[in-house]
Design a binder for this molecule. Structure first.
Ligand SMILES: [Zn+2]
Length: 428
């Protein structure tokens, strides 16, 4: 199959232009491309990257022709022989790689338009020493394809740059393309802006729970976190810090380091619940119980027709590792509860809620004890309607706008209280 042409120069330039806005992350390790395989199966096509080493990747795409799927690697070496277009199989007409500055981008041009159903990385197991990145596609219209892409990165890059310009030691992000809109230079702020840390639950090797149609929790939490960050950024009153901006698992100590360094005023962790009963749906908000020293993640008994169940927190446990908030100070606990109630007030008209939406639990929430923190289970990914909501841009925008409204009101009410609580010693 050597009849493939070289990558046109202009195309490489265009791709790298796109890519600059996407590459991110520590990239402490390097991976090497071993090959790309296809598993065509009627209305579905599986793409498998065989990799030596674990690659950091993000997905993007556009509506060119039948649509193009772009897989952006920040640390992948691609042999020169692969930097050509080759014919694909199944939904893929042809594919190729563009490379530059240690980063690579795979381009898949659709023969038949499809949407992304699942993306996951398989680590080496047994005698298999390579990593495999798997992307499952199913036939769908172009609109569905675009909606299935995880996020809009260029805007996010600007969000993070602005939010972390002053003090947050986040990993260096590449310089985005200069935008003539004047959004890059933040105007001087006469007063300190409130720092809101948004934690997209799970990520990378920790996918969280999974919906009936295959949606991963880590995907919907990231999409929601990016949406919330964009909304809050537009309002201009906040410094936004995201614990992750792509599909990676952040090391617990890094999360802690970041959260403390940015001196968060509010911490919100986004998750999607799962339970064996598929009929259960709705959002709920968790705050640390006042005696939150135990490491149990069992959820307290709920009222109504819901039974006791285990909050899906195993992956989250892994994520935060040994970072445990042992004792919540009284005022912090009260502030967290106030914020939780505001969240429920604003979310209730916008999305289904569990019948007792505010719960306290012995959550392992990171951060210093003087930071009000909540965990929002946006919906049940195990419920098909909730899962559809979690994947919907319209729903995401609506519900995250409600969260932003709650944050606005919280800081309206707590502007003075924050000063008082900040006088306490943060780290232990
Ligand atoms: Zn979760």
């Amino acid at each position: 199959m050597m009849n493939a042409g070289k990558f046109p120069t202009f195309l490489i330039a265009a791709l790298i232009g796109v890519f600059i806005g996407l590459a991110a992350g520590p990239a402490a390790h390097a991976a090497e491309l071993l090959g790309v395989r296809f598993g065509p199966n009627g209305e579905a096509t599986r793409i498998v990257f065989d990799l030596a080493g674990e690659a950091d990747y993000t997905l993007s795409g556009d509506g060119t022709a039948n649509g193009r799927l772009l897989v952006n690697f920040s640390n992948l070496t691609v042999p020169a022989s692969d930097r050509v277009f080759r014919p694909g199989k199944g939904h893929i007409e042809r594919y190729g790689f563009a490379t530059g500055a240690g980063a690579s981008q795979a381009v898949f041009e659709f023969k038949k338009t499809a949407k992304i159903k699942e993306v996951f990385m398989i680590e080496p197991q047994g005698s298999v020493t390579k990593y495999r990145l798997v992307i499952d596609l199913v036939t769908a219209g172009k609109k569905d394809f675009l909606a299935s892409l995880p996020q809009e990165f260029p805007d996010l890059t600007a969000v993070i740059r602005q939010a972390t310009a002053e003090e947050a030691p986040l990993p260096a992000l590449p310089t985005p393309n200069p935008t003539p809109k004047g959004a890059t230079a933040a105007p001087p702020q006469p007063t300190k802006r409130q720092v809101v840390v948004i934690d997209a639950g799970h990520g990378g090797r920790d996918p969280g729970s999974q919906g009936q149609s295959g949606t991963y929790e880590k995907t919907v939490t990231l999409a929601a976190a990016l949406e919330l960050a964009a909304i809050l950024k537009k309002r201009g009153d906040y410094e936004i810090v995201l614990t992750r901006d792509k599909d990676v698992r952040i090391q617990p100590d890094k999360v802690e380091e970041r959260a403390r360094d940015v001196k968060a005023d509010l911490f919100i962790s986004l998750h999607a619940d799962a339970i064996s009963k598929p009929a259960v749906r709705g959002a709920s908000v968790y705050t640390l119980s006042e005696k939150g020293s135990a490491r149990s993640v069992k959820l307290a008994k709920s009222q109504g027709d819901l039974e006791v169940y285990d909050l899906e927190l195993q992956g989250y446990d892994q994520l935060v590792g040994d970072i445990l908030l042992d004792i919540a100070q009284d005022e912090t606990s009260t502030a967290s509860s106030n914020f939780a109630e505001l969240l429920i007030t604003y979310l209730s008209p916008k999305t289904p809620m569990l019948n007792r939406s505010h719960r306290t639990a012995n959550l392992r929430v990171l951060l210093a004890p003087d930071v009000p923190a909540v965990l929002l289970e946006m919906a049940f990914i195990s419920n098909s309607k909730d899962e559809a909501n979690l994947k919907s841009r319209v729903w995401r925008k609506r519900s995250m706008t409600a969260v932003a409204d709650a944050i606005d009101q919280y800081f309206d009410e707590h502007a003075g209280q924050r000063l008082a609580s900040n006088q306490s010693e943060g780290a232990n």
